[in-house]
Write a protein that binds this ligand. Structure first.
Ligand code: PRX
Length: 654
């Protein structure tokens, strides 16, 4: 593909260099690239020393001798929570607000670093009292409330491992995650606010633990939703009772840099979500460094807001660890952007004078649709940096974001990364890079990215290929919980040769003649719906677990609002065909998927079909189903066992 055609793909050829004023005040200087280029590993060692407090300094930086299992700063010791809390208080910044929290119903709390530190110390004492020790796993299933952050940091403070499960996941999904990690404790809330209603969380925890075989000994419950909850005496404890009476002092002990920090489950190409494992020193180094440099964070003056839920990696890295390690002041908001009115986000930016704002393209597109009058009614003049994450941002949305939210001047950083990478990998640096709408642009200093052809050779610009990370990076995943073979197979088997290890990200990308990277989406059976990762197979498994379904195939169909949408094709069991109307079956199955996995996985459409298109070897040709779902002319059907199948499907759907 030529550069011209990339431009036409992007429908936008304007470029946006940083203003001289921004560059003059910017945190990141161009020398960062030179330093990292001259000595990549040394660059990260400098970042680790400069940005973090080490209980015991490290002398080794990277140990890659057991590749693809990396060790960073292995002989060093640190306490992640101390780095996010106590040291800011000790440096005299205890009165700085850490979190301006805003509940959906309009209640709010501003919590200083001193207060947050005190709360985490008490919570750490509670957890220790419940027997939580280094290495133990604790599941966190919470709304976006300050206690979610307190819980994560208290777990980290003890050297234990959190597994945060997004509050929108079902009881079933929670159960499989609790079981996979053998969690000892669950921290949850009675409920949380969403779209003006309370969604129950404790009830889902009760359901997840109902079979009685769980490793969970206690459930700590934050009071938030005011809804009624069932209570299991001896197992369930109120957070406010326990934290309220806990000892206030807790000394943070140093743990080795490779001590596991968290597990976060994410969808892959198979039915079962993978527990992505992250460790402490390397992870904290990269998230602190990128949070500072990519967003140009001036912690004394900026007010930062990342709209992600703490249940996703963006919430881990850029709500909890990056911002708090950097001593930032941030906004956290519990609810949805349109409750109680469609200007709620902009009202919050105005109220707290947010200067750095980080969100997902899906949200931007939905605001675009509502019209600029809504944000225009608020004073957004505090904004000076905008960020995007989770999916490719189309140039129209990019320009709208800059013009309407960023007053036509704020730089936009389009950040590419993954649950597995832990931190940002590709992004502009706002005081340095000339911005190109629709392109994530360049690897951050210290990260080496290549775009390879199917044969593993580097493609010459301007060509497309598969995105790989060619050198280990500090925040890289350390494995898949309990499954080292799957870790090697999933990420390292495709392009590694001998002792040259290359991480395959699962994304397609183009590199243009300026060397800028344009992400093209997943090349595997992973869908991206509103910036959330879903597996086609996981949803197919959920569908066939319903007694009326004989077979199912799921595709991600292009969707203007959500990027992709889940579209399912199902064959009903023969005895069910007559009993169910197509509409009944479709309604039932959409609800079933939501109940099995969570509302985010609910298919946009479920089509009842008589056959699925299969190759002679029995593989479902999802590509053809995708053509149907997107309303396109069918592609090549010659490899099908029975090429009339597609005709039957399309005729029926018409
Ligand atoms: O396909 C890429 C897409 O999101 C995937 C990672 O999803 P997840 O692990 O849930 O993490 C999302 C938040 C970091 C990637 O494989 N993706 C993420 N950011 C971008 C993106 N695609 C294009 N541009 C981005 N900026």
């Amino acid at each position: 593909m030529s550069t011209n055609s990339i431009d036409s793909l992007l429908h936008e050829s304007r470029r946006f260099p940083p203003t001289a004023e921004f560059t003059a005040g910017a945190i990141a200087k161009p020398e960062l690239y030179d330093e990292a280029k001259a000595d990549r590993v040394g660059f990260w060692a400098d970042q680790a020393r400069e940005l973090l407090h080490w209980h015991k300094p490290f002398t080794q930086t990277l140990d890659w001798s057991s590749a693809p299992f990396a060790q960073w700063f292995a002989d060093g010791e640190l306490n992640v929570a101390y780095n996010c809390l106590d040291r800011h208080v000790e440096a005299g910044n205890g009165d700085r607000v850490a979190i301006h929290w805003e509940g959906e119903p309009g209640d709010s709390r501003s919590i200083t670093y001193a207060e947050l530190t005190a709360e985490v110390k008490r919570a750490a004492n509670v957890l220790a009292g419940l027997g939580i020790r280094q290495g133990d796993r604790v599941a966190v299933y919470m709304p976006v409330v300050p206690e979610a952050v307190v819980a994560m940091l208290a777990i980290a403070r003890l050297g234990a491992v959190h597994s945060v499960v997004f509050g929108g996941f079902s009881s079933e999904s929670l159960r499989s995650r609790i079981d996979d990690a053998s969690a000892k404790l669950v921290i949850t809330a009675d409920g949380g606010w969403r779209k003006g209603k309370v969604f129950p969380l404790k009830a889902a925890v009760d359901g997840a633990l109902a079979n009685g075989t769980s490793t969970v000994e206690h459930v700590l419950v934050v009071k938030r939703g005011e809804n009624e909850v069932e209570w299991t005496e001896g197992r369930d404890l109120w957070w406010h009772d326990e934290v309220g009476k806990a000892e206030p002092e807790h000394e943070a002990q140093g743990f080795e840099a490779e001590n596991p920090l968290f597990i976060l489950y994410t969808s892959g190409t198979t039915g079962k979500p993978k527990g992505i494992l992250h460790s402490s020193g390397g992870y904290l180094t990269q998230v602190a460094s990128t949070h500072r440099n990519v967003f140009d964070l001036h912690p004394e003056t900026d007010v930062y807001w990342c709209t992600a839920d703490v249940g996703w990696i963006t919430g881990h890295s850029y709500v909890v660890y990056g911002p708090l390690a950097n001593g930032a002041t941030q906004v956290m908001y519990e609810g949805t952007p349109d409750t109680p009115h469609p200007g709620r986000w902009w009202e919050l930016i105005q109220k707290y004078k947010v200067s750095i704002f980080y969100t997902a393209p899906t949200a931007i597109r939905s605001f675009m649709k509502l019209g600029r009058e809504i944000p225009d009614a608020f004073d957004l003049s505090s904004i000076r940096v905008l960020g995007s994450v989770g999916e490719p941002i189309n140039p129209e949305a990019w320009i709208w974001y800059r013009d309407v939210i960023g007053a036509g001047t704020a730089p936009i950083v389009d950040t590419w990364w993954q649950t597995e990478t832990g931190g940002i990998m590709i992004s502009a640096l706002p005081g340095i890079t000339t911005l190109k709408p629709g392109s994530a642009q360049v690897p951050i200093p210290g990260v080496k990215i290549d775009i390879l052809g199917e044969d593993g050779t580097r493609v010459d610009p301007p060509q497309g290929g598969l995105l790989v990370v060619s050198e280990p990076w500090p925040a890289m995943l350390r494995g898949i919980w309990g499954d080292p073979e799957r870790f090697k197979e999933t990420y390292w088997s495709r392009f590694s040769k001998g002792d040259v290890w290359k991480y395959f990200a699962g994304d397609g990308a183009h590199v243009d003649s300026d060397g800028d990277i344009v992400l093209l989406g997943r090349v595997d059976d992973v869908m991206n719906v509103s910036g959330h990762r879903l597996s086609t197979q996981e949803i197919e498994s959920a569908l066939v677990s319903h007694p009326i379904v004989a077979e199912a195939a799921v595709v991600g169909a292009a969707d203007e609002a959500t990027g992709q949408a889940v579209v399912a094709f199902v064959i009903l069991r023969s005895d069910q065909e007559k009993a169910q109307t197509v509409e009944e079956a479709s309604t039932l199955l959409r609800a079933h998927v939501a109940q099995q996995i969570g509302a985010i996985a609910r298919p946009r459409q479920v089509f009842v079909v008589a056959e699925l298109p299969k190759t002679r070897s029995g593989k479902i040709m999802r590509r053809l189903l995708q053509d149907v779902a997107e309303g396109r002319e069918l592609g090549d059907t010659t490899t099908l066992t029975d090429s009339s199948v597609m005709q039957i499907i399309t005729d029926k759907l018409k």
